[in-house]
Design a protein. Sequence first.
Length: 278
Amino acid sequence: MNKIPFSIEFFPPQTTEGADKLRVVRQKLAVLKPEFFSVTFGAGGTTQERTFETVFEIQNEGHQAAPHLSCIGSTRPHIRDILQRYKDAGIRRIVALRGDLPSGVGYPGELRYANELVEFIRLETGDHFHIEVAAYPEYHPQARNPRDDLLAFKRKVDAGANSAITQYFYNLDAYLHFCDECAAIGVNVPIVPGIMPIVSFSKLARFSDACGAEIPRWMRRKFEAFGDDSDSIKAFGLDVVSELCAKLIAAGAPGLHFYSMNQAAPTIAVCERLGIGA
């Protein structure tokens, strides 16, 4: 049994039916005893409230919740209010992100970058929160060049981040190289790899193209050869992701962070294959 710590991410459901479904999913995943459940941050009003509802529900169930908090398009007073709500609810972790500007909103907000958000959280709350930030082993799609992206990550850590969670990837060398580069410039916080289980290749390909995550050619060709054979796609996807996780654990990764896409079975299958969880 592997004892590596791991966490699981959800996105806030858009409907009452979705919220009911997520409760069932969470119940199944809670059996694995993850270190925490994170919840992505809805930038719009209704979605933001659903983030709060999901976060507080997780916390009230006795699990550790780690809400995402993005600063783009927001103000210091608004973020201060959110931080107070989280403190009052006993939340001790935050994933601090720049975020994307909501469609139709032209104002970039008072805090434009994640390092400014980390600084603000530390200024307002001291060491109350364990702050995670994002890292990009294959570099942020909007970064001018790899060096700029690396230095942007360093600024977040220097501002007071405790650890990082990466964008998902399927290229182990990219993660190991990124960690080496961080160490070379004095960034020594834990960098937890983000893991995306594979259920649908077509959805994964669209998502990966949008966020800059590379699907290696050999994987693409194998998935394409399966066509509409969903069972073969899932089986091969489980093999690929489980092998990647095993190599990450062997290489000394400090943990694993699963992007659940609000589904239980894919993450459970990987954890069972690896022998992690309760």
